[in-house]
Design a protein around this ligand. Sequence first.
Ligand code: S3P
Length: 466
Amino acid sequence: MRIESARRVRGRLELPGDKSISHRGAIIAALARGRSTLLNYSTGEDCRRTLEALISLGVPVERDGSRVCVTGRGPEGFRAPDAWIDCGNSGSTMRMLAGVLAGQAFASTLSGDDSLRSRPMRRVIEPLELMGARISADDGRAPLHIRGRRPLMPVAYTMPVLSAQVKACVLLAGLSARGRTEVVEHGGRTRDHTERMLRWFGVPVETTRRGGDGDKETPDDEDETLDDHEETLSEALAVEGPASFEARDLSIPGDISSAVFFIAAAALLPGSELEIADVGLNPTRCQILRTLRELGAAIEIEEAREECNEPLGTVRVKGMAGLGATAATASAAAARSNLILRGSLIAQLIDELPLLAVVGTQVEGGLTIRDAAELRVKESDRIAAVVWNLRAMGAQVSEHEDGLTVNGPCRLRGAKLSAFGDHRIAMAFSIAALLAQGETVIEGGASSVGVSFPEFYSKLESVVER
Ligand code: S3P
């Protein structure tokens, strides 16, 4: 993919449905009884893998573009697949389906591409084995050979790594257990789409939070906005199994993790004006907007509302001198010290960290990311990939085991980069390319973005002005 620098971005966009919500919608609809219609289903390859996996398990799925109908017959409606299930590049497909398959009376195998077969799966094997499933896997990596058990035994499980995929896996398995299954996350809060989706389908999920004010039961209606975000030390989620529930239609908001590439480009290129309609604004996903605002970005939310238990709205961004490249000449008043992202913030920014590293090269004082060793086991080693590409563009970067430090501001120069087969690396460095002097070539860029956002480059071209 060849990308020239840009003057600014302008226009209005609508984006495909959120990847995390799409996976959960399809899987939970398959566990329900009846026909659910899912609107604005993600167009990415990863979410297609989830649908194909469900089809191979005997679940009727019809698809017409972004409209998907799933006919569930409850957990007993699944049948043994004829072959290994290929999850492609999708960690979410593998980890969430493992939770469903653990509660089936048949054996099945989940596999995937080279990247997925190198990623850690002990984090789901351990709780599922505690619940009575048997899973064999070489060195804790896929292929996962799952021998399910029905019913599963309930567990109270504290996750050793903060992961929304693991939380989803255990809660989905809990639906097939006899009794109360609880999963606890400590030291930060991961995205809460599973809890919200289960409640949308009428399945009670009990939430107990321990924050600064001690234990607190939280009802379904959360009261958090972009400006008022509650700090939570730990959260326990519980479901009661076996659960039986009815189909429900679902409308999926635009993917904020796709929107942020455009938002960052608009914020960094002075003169930009961009509006993105119907973006998911779940508080556990919006930390990126808070962080960009903290760095001086002019981001406004309009038409904030809730649909199908998920908040969404229109995001408006204006490009400001002082945050972006012109910060090099900004007055002393704009000078900032190095912004440090660490601790509980990391789980909330996990998919946006490569982009934030790029943003960090453009802001006064630069930026440091720590406590983010998880980045090394994503679709690529995202710390190494970011460091490699940023250095090729002339940025000053130090690599840490659990993160990186970038100096800023700096004028990036066009270079030959690699996507490292990773969609978010391709997209983050496409934004870097817009800011750079001269042309950038991203090897594997075009083929990588498809797993979450096949329309990325056409949407980008539609708003870029040169
Ligand atoms: C996801 C959770 C995150 C994220 C991934 C999607 C999800 O992974 O990186 O893109 O939908 O639950 P982890 O759970 O491994 O942190």
